[in-house]
Design a protein around this ligand. Structure first.
Ligand code: NDP
Length: 458
């Protein structure tokens, strides 16, 4: 029987999760539309991972220029052209947005431009026009949250604007010490910006392993980031041509730019959720069941708007599973594969980067596990001739009961590339004996992961 709806599926939000869900549903034969008010690509492609990583690459040349002298290079003082970098980055984003658009066209997905509001259990209204669908999928992601500190919302930029500054600031204050704060601190400091990181904890990156947090703190200081640990901002105000940032320790920083990197919130404003009775968590995220269904049976949600694990590859996996589950007639091998939220690796593209998979030492102890901890701290070979004292740190947490490796953490060059491989061993349930039986690749930093022999406490 022909459907009485305009579409089988309307997805609101053309970011990583929404695009994947729409494209795969269409490939299974569903009639799909995606509603997006901006270009396609979402946070990751347009305002997050991709432009951030391009700036991280740009910033990393600073230490390469500095280190080159140790290898005999005579390099005159390098000059950086900030607007040229921003233009090159924007050109690349234009290219990627075009690829996303092409992908949708090729998959036969209708792109509806505008802001979608849910006006019924099967209805999405865009620019006054009502579209209907059997199912609605919300994939609108998150949005930066700026704390309610006097003057902060008037003066502070978020990561959205920090990726697009027309000129390089001479000084910046960044508030927070999560992923975004430490990544941007590394970017700005490398480009020669006087960079102040103001954060309320004693170490950056709450939730990460304590050895990595301490190691990053030391490395950031050595690379010129000025750390204000255990410090809050009390007010922000204009001060002639600068911005005055007052701290609760009585100091005031006069800077060109203030950035809030204080978390993101589900992007639900104006979506019409309350009118439809879609239930939310206490944090304002959309509550979902395992199959992404919300409290309204025809409305589903995936990705950061559900505030579970807010990482692009997780949103993509959720979107893919949603499409297979509802449109793959359960014939696809992944159709009934439950989404696994354990052992998800992640990386912080700080300078140097951190990456990890599994439990931290603290988490393992909190779970009451009997553990063996292996830690190596060493100067990477490249740093010897470079004359750089920065240390790489690698750490394995092993469950003493069954020898399973339950945590792997690294601070240092290429940590994200290395931990991605280790994460596969995690999925396969590797033991410390499996790590020990693996021959290293020499000379690499990664080989340390298979040559650690003596537990720290043993
Ligand atoms: P995070 O949740 O990682 O960190 C928020 C930071 O802001 C913390 O340091 C927190 O302090 C601080 N903070 C929050 N509220 C206040 C306040 N009122 N006053 C002072 N400090 C405050 O958020 P981010 O913005 O860094 O990143 C958002 C999300 O984006 C991350 O959770 C991550 O999932 C994702 N992301 C992932 C990346 C990656 O995979 N490489 C890169 C960038 C983002 P405290 O620790 O004391 O609570």
């Amino acid at each position: 029987m022909a459907s009485t709806y305009d579409f089988d599926l309307i997805t609101i939000g053309g970011g990583s999760g929404g695009v994947r869900a729409s494209r795969i549903a269409a490939s299974h034969g569903a009639k799909v539309a995606v509603v997006e008010e901006d270009r396609l690509g979402g946070t990751c492609v347009l305002r997050g991972c991709v432009p951030k990583k391009l700036l991280v690459y740009g910033a990393s040349f600073a230490s390469d220029f500095a280190d080159a002298a140790g290898f005999g290079w005579q390099v005159s003082a390098p000059v950086h052209d900030w607007p040229a970098l921003i233009k090159a980055k924007n050109d690349e984003l234009d290219r990627l947005a075009g690829i996303y658009r092409g992908m949708m066209d090729k998959a036969g997905v209708t792109v509806i431009e505008g802001r979608g509001v849910i006006t019924g259990a099967h209805e999405v209204t865009v620019n006054g026009k009502v579209w209907t669908a059997e199912r609605i999928l919300i994939a609108v992601g998150g949005w930066p949250h700026i704390p309610d500190i006097p003057g902060m919302r008037d003066h502070a930029i978020s990561s959205n604007e920090a990726l697009d500054l027309p000129q390089r600031p001479d000084q910046i204050v960044i508030q927070g010490s999560g992923y975004i704060a430490v990544e941007f601190a590394g970017i700005f400091a490398s480009f020669g910006v006087e960079t102040h990181l103001v954060f309320r904890a004693s170490q950056p990156l709450r939730g990460f392993d304590p050895d990595m947090r301490q190691g990053l703190m030391t490395a950031m200081q050595d690379r010129g980031v000025i750390l204000h640990a255990g410090t809050n901002i009390t007010s922000v105000a204009s001060d002639d041509d600068k911005t005055a940032v007052s701290l609760d320790n009585g100091n005031t920083l006069r800077v060109d730019c203030v950035m809030a990197a204080t978390g993101r919130r589900p992007n639900i404003t104006g979506l019409g959720l309350a009118d439809q009775g879609v239930a939310l968590t206490d944090n304002g995220a959309i509550k979902v069941q395992d199959d992404a269904q919300t409290s309204i049976s025809t409305i589903y949600a995936i990705g950061d708007v559900t505030d579970r694990i807010n990482l692009t590859p997780v949103a993509i996996a959720e979107g893919h599973r949603f499409a297979d589950h509802f449109y793959g007639q359960n014939s696809h091998p992944q159709a009934n594969r439950p989404m696994s939220y354990t052992n998800i690796p992640s990386a912080v593209f700080s300078q140097p980067p951190i990456a990890s998979v599994g439990l931290t030492e603290d988490e393992a102890k909190q779970q009451g596990l009997s553990i063996k901890v292996y830690v190596e701290s060493f100067r990477a070979m490249k740093n010897t001739l470079a004359g750089r004292n920065e240390k790489s740190i690698m750490k394995l947490i092993v469950n003493a009961e069954d020898d399973k490796v339950i945590g792997a953490h690294m601070l240092g060059f290429d940590a994200p590339e290395i931990i991605q491989g280790i994460a596969i061993a995690f999925k396969a349930g590797a033991t410390k004996a499996d790590f020990d039986a693996t021959i290293g690749i020499h000379p690499t930093a990664a080989e340390e992961f298979v040559t650690m022999r003596t537990p720290r406490d043993g």
